[in-house]
Design a protein around this ligand. Structure first.
Ligand SMILES: *[C@@H]1O[C@H](CO)[C@@H](O)[C@H](O)[C@H]1NC(C)=O
Ligand SMILES: *[C@@H]1O[C@H](CO)[C@@H](O)[C@H](O)[C@H]1NC(C)=O
Length: 472
């Protein structure tokens, strides 16, 4: 027993000797904090501790300043050779020259230490140099600057939700509509008899203004490549709300499609809109509130078990056989659509359809510069044309077109545009929407446009659905 006590006190003695810090659990995190670096450093001579408003006399783990994608310290504890001090720690806090090691670096690194520069991992190599991956990033500062300096008619921004992703990851995880097969692409277009007298199309039209309260706000698909489900659910939601004259205004659940419409579909790894419409018509889906979206945590391909089935109750109608996955919601009504129809690629016919019946779904090719779109009338630019091929990529996406307009240029000509809703959240673009050049099939947005009606009976209209707050 005595022996044990002795051993313990010896341990304390050792601890007391100054290695105490090393054994304190709260230290661990700091010791492992990503190292600061010299190679690729943007501002090694910046005022960090100074801007922080001072230094801390002892050890203070909160005495930090953001530094690149990590933090640096302004407490005296960081005064070590292998250091997490801010670059101006020595000068500002100690009033001395930084301890230079080697030729022109004041911090020593271990081989194998890493940091992330935007989407690329940099590793301290054997030679003592930082070696960085060379992928094209989704948010390339050069591209953003070039768009904003140029006269392209739209402005770019750096989105924090995209920062640190590669362009390939953006295309893999943020889009998610397979190009329709040749058979589908050759689907007959509906005949529309435009009457030039009665079908005067206004220069500006916005569904959200014609049908207030019936056009649903853009959702955020996160890192789930399921625009096939998001755009279909969004168009069907608007159409049902418009057609029922607001008696039902369901926001239909993309997750219901992602998890349950699995035949020839890839969930969050991409899917087909014809399959999505087939499901909406034959099986139907519940609302977003009943079956909420769950962005994938680990692998974007994970789909989640289907938690909603329906059965026929006659006259083509269906009823859910399960409760809502969201246990706080008891309204598991199933909404269905009629078969979708293809519109012509003629701008005027697409416009008439939107004005008469509501938003339509469109396929579009998304290029590298679309991710940084902030405002204005988008057109694919040439800013990446001189860069290596890995900087120029595109993938197929689908969106919801809700209106159109025209903007006058100084020279009297005008720029025509579509108003469309994306599914990248409301902080992207113009409140989740974007405008894109109209009448020139920009990014193939006019190449494959789809409309559909909700399946609504007079009964639905008179009784309403329980979702509708006016019909509790
Ligand atoms: C900082 O470290 C150096 C070298 O170990 C030492 O000489 C100096 O006294 C230290 N400064 C402070 C304020 O602890
Ligand atoms: C872009 O945003 C990220 C994260 O919000 C930030 O770390 C980065 O410095 C920004 N880049 C530019 C060029 O503004």
């Amino acid at each position: 027993m005595k022996l044990i006590l002795f051993a313990v006190s010896l341990l304390f003695l050792v601890v007391g000797e100054g290695t105490a810090d090393r054994l304190l659990p709260k230290r661990t995190k700091r010791e492992l904090a990503s190292p600061l670096h010299v190679g690729g450093i943007r501002d090694p001579f910046g005022s960090y501790c100074q801007r922080r408003g001072g230094c801390c006399p002892g050890r203070d783990d909160l005495c930090t300043v953001p530094y690149l994608d990590t933090i640096c310290y302004c407490d005296l504890f960081c005064n070590r050779t292998i250091s997490d001090c801010c670059p101006d720690f020595w000068g500002h806090c100690l009033g001395v020259e930084p301890p230079f090691i080697g030729k022109n670096r004041y911090i020593m690194f271990f081989t194998g230490q890493t940091y992330k520069e935007n989407c690329n991992l940099c590793t301290c190599g054997k030679s003592g140099r930082w070696e960085c991956e060379q992928s094209a990033c989704l948010m390339e500062p050069d591209m953003i600057q070039a768009v904003n300096r140029g006269n392209y008619g739209w402005k770019a921004a750096n989105y924090s939700q995209f920062y640190g992703m590669t362009l390939d990851e953006g295309i893999r995880y943020r889009l998610g509509t397979q190009r329709p097969s040749r058979t589908i692409m050759n689907m007959n277009e509906i005949q529309m008899n435009m009457d030039p007298q009665n079908d005067r199309l206004p220069p500006y039209f916005n569904s959200a203004e014609k049908w207030p309260g019936k056009i649903h706000e853009p959702l955020d698909q996160g890192n789930c490549a399921a625009s096939w489900a998001f755009s279909t659910a969004a168009v069907a939601s608007d159409r049902i709300s418009i057609q029922s004259m607001g008696h039902m205004t369901p926001q239909l659940s993309p997750q219901n499609l992602i998890s349950c419409d699995t035949r020839n579909q890839g969930g969050c790894a991409g899917g087909r809109i014809d399959g999505a419409w087939w499901y909406l018509r034959r099986r139907g889906v519940v609302t977003e509130d009943c079956y909420p979206f769950q962005p994938p945590q680990q692998t974007p391909a994970e789909v989640g078990r289907c938690m909603m089935q329906s059965r026929s109750v006659g006259r083509g109608k269906r009823q859910a056989t399960q409760r809502c996955p969201n246990s706080h919601n008891y309204h598991n009504d199933i909404y269905q659509s009629t078969p979708p129809y293809r519109l012509s690629t003629n701008e005027k016919e697409i416009m008439k359809e939107i004005k008469d019946n509501g938003p339509v779904q469109a396929i579009m090719e998304v290029h590298e510069d679309f991710f940084v779109y902030k405002s204005g009338i988008y057109k694919h630019t040439d800013v990446s044309f001189t860069k290596p091929p890995q900087y120029r990529k595109h993938g197929t996406h689908s969106v919801r077109i809700t209106g159109w307009g025209e903007e006058r240029n100084f020279d009297g000509t005008s720029k025509k545009y579509w108003i469309a809703a994306n599914s990248w959240g409301k902080n992207w673009g113009e409140n989740g929407y974007f405008r894109i050049a109209r009448g020139e099939n920009e990014c193939e947005i006019e190449a494959f446009v789809i409309g559909a009606w909700g399946r609504i009976t007079m009964e639905d209209i008179w009784l309403g659905h329980p979702q509708n707050p006016q019909n509790p």
